[in-house]
Design a protein around this ligand. Structure first.
Ligand SMILES: Cc1ncc(COP(=O)(O)O)c(C=O)c1O
Length: 404
């Protein structure tokens, strides 16, 4: 009997994601896991009750392909309230299996072989493989340096993007609060980006899954709220991130009607629809005062956690710029160890009992930038005792190197 020969890999550069790898290493060695980006906080009790109720009320068959109508209505209202942006709930908002599934569907819908796609660098690791599968080519726009390293901060450098643009550029993907650095949008950055894109034929994806988690009084800015960007922009959000429920995998995308029509053609044959009772429970919970309070407090809660972590690291040799938003903090360990970040992250997991995420997998594989990385990402969406344990382990690492 003949067995089929495996075709060449469509994604030869891709292995298991660094998040899965580091989490597996953490459990193998019993290390503290501040690596993968999930909160160890529980979803709001009333939300859990609403989801259970939805199951009992019979919302157990396929949800509508575009998503639960009540949930889409809430998203529409949220953009009006938070950003003064109107999206038609029927024709411009789609709910999928996390923001991931919609990012993937939208890239397949819009990117054709030979199209160029500009992503920020470092970038969330989903974008590049999805673009490659569509036959697109990636160009990477370095993020501005954070203020403590002499840069302006912020999540986009419009001048760098301008210099990378060509006739073939089809799409620019930005992300704020940014994973892994926590950088946030500034209104100047969005204004300048609108100017850069104004004469182009280019779509913009704004990955805003960490949405309102902006720290130190920064406003919750969205590309949706920028009149010069909205018509070319798809904005991605994630209920998993907002409600401490990443395992539920419910996300959304807003986009002009004609783009929504195209991306739904992929979405309907990919996941079709997702988690009906969870969507219903979300729709019922999100209109309550409890939910408004939860969302209002999200940024301040994470800001406090960030401050707890950074205060605990005062006096160590780690170099850091406080995360502007989101729930990740980058630590530069270059004063302690000159080796690459993957080697160091592995060693610290096994030897020092703390699992973190190296930054180089967010960059082009084998690039100078990736090879030069000496930074690790810590997820601080954790209970205070986990943060304190992380501090203890990081201080012990600091002492270990200093005493050698
Ligand atoms: C920047 C960014 N975009 C998208 C996602 C995916 O979100 P979801 O879990 O809703 O698929 C993540 C998850 O970590 C992320 O960090």
């Amino acid at each position: 009997m003949k067995t089929p020969t495996l075709p060449p890999s469509k994604l030869p550069e891709v292995g298991t994601t660094i998040f899965t790898t580091m989490s597996a290493l953490a459990s193998e060695h019993g290390a503290l896991n501040v690596a993968q980006g999930f909160p160890d906080l529980s979803p709001p009790t009333n939300l859990k009750e609403a989801v259970k109720r939805a199951i009992d009320e019979g919302y157990n068959q396929y949800a509508p392909m575009a998503g639960d109508p009540g949930l889409r209505a809430w998203i529409s209202e949220m953009y009006i309230q938070a950003h003064g942006a109107f999206y038609n709930a029927d024709s411009e908002i789609t709910i999928g299996a996390g923001a991931s599934s919609l990012l993937f569907a939208a890239i397949q819908a819009l990117v054709f072989p030979g199209d160029e796609v500009i992503i920020v660098d470092p970038a969330y690791d989903l974008y590049a493989p999805a673009v490659h599968l569509a036959g697109g080519v990636i160009a990477r726009a370095a993020l501005p340096q954070p203020p403590n390293l002499g840069g302006p901060g912020g999540a986009i450098d419009p001048e760098v993007i301008r210099n990378l643009m060509s006739d073939k550029t089809k799409l620019v993907i930005i992300n704020a609060p940014h994973n892994p650095t926590g950088a946030c949008f500034t209104s100047e950055g969005l204004n300048e980006l609108a100017d850069v894109l104004s004469e182009s034929n280019c779509f913009l994806f704004s990955d805003e899954v960490y949405g309102p988690m902006n720290h130190d009084g920064r406003p919750f800015l969205s590309a949706a709220g920028h009149p010069g960007l909205k018509n070319r922009t798809l904005v991605f959000g994630s209920f998993g991130k907002l409600l401490h429920a990443t395992g539920w995998k419910i996300g959304w995308v807003t986009a002009p009607e004609e783009i929504t029509r195209e991306l739904r053609k992929i979405h309907q044959y990919d996941v079709f629809s997702t988690g009906a009772p969870i969507q219903r429970g979300l729709a019922q919970y999100l209109i309550t005062d409890d939910a408004s309070k939860h969302l209002r407090e999200l940024g301040p809660i994470y800001e406090k956690k960030r401050d707890r972590l950074l205060k605990g690291l005062e006096g160590t040799a780690f170099i850091f710029s406080p995360a502007e938003g989101g729930y990740f903090q980058i630590l530069d360990y270059s004063k302690l160890d000159s080796r690459g970040d993957i080697e160091v992250a592995r060693e610290w997991t096994i030897k020092h009992g703390i699992a973190t995420i190296p930054i180089s997998p967010f960059r082009k594989r084998g690039s100078q930038e990736a090879k030069a990385e000496k930074r690790l990402r810590i997820c601080f969406a954790k209970g205070d005792s986990t943060i304190d344990e992380a501090i203890e382990k990081l201080r012990a690492i600091d002492m270990y190197y200093k005493s050698r």
